[in-house]
Design a protein around this ligand. Structure first.
Ligand SMILES: [Zn+2]
Ligand SMILES: [Zn+2]
Length: 88
């Protein structure tokens, strides 16, 4: 059945035990063997934004106070070769 709140189609059943205890209905995810949590299903979407950002690394040989010491990881190798060639 499909959860009407988040639209996810799963192996759900109404949690009768929970209804007897609290008077509220909630879905129980049979395949996960835990109550269905709508907010939990949205988590991968939020992390998608952070993964699209390229992680930046700090050049160990540049002045750490300068913004230019930070660069994309794949550019660091070239940067060290060109800017700090004398160290190698
Ligand atoms: Zn849901
Ligand atoms: Zn540098």
């Amino acid at each position: 059945m499909i959860c009407k709140k988040c639209g996810i189609d799963g192996n759900f059943t109404w949690d009768q035990q929970h209804n007897e205890n609290t008077g509220k209905w909630r879905l129980f995810d049979l395949s996960m063997e835990r109550p269905h949590d709508c907010s939990h299903e949205k988590a991968p979407e939020a992390s998608l934004e952070t993964t699209t950002q390229i992680p930046r690394v700090k050049c160990p040989k540049c002045d750490p106070l300068k913004d230019s010491a930070w660069m994309e990881r794949n550019k660091l190798q070239d940067h060290i070769k060109t800017a700090h060639f004398g160290f190698w």
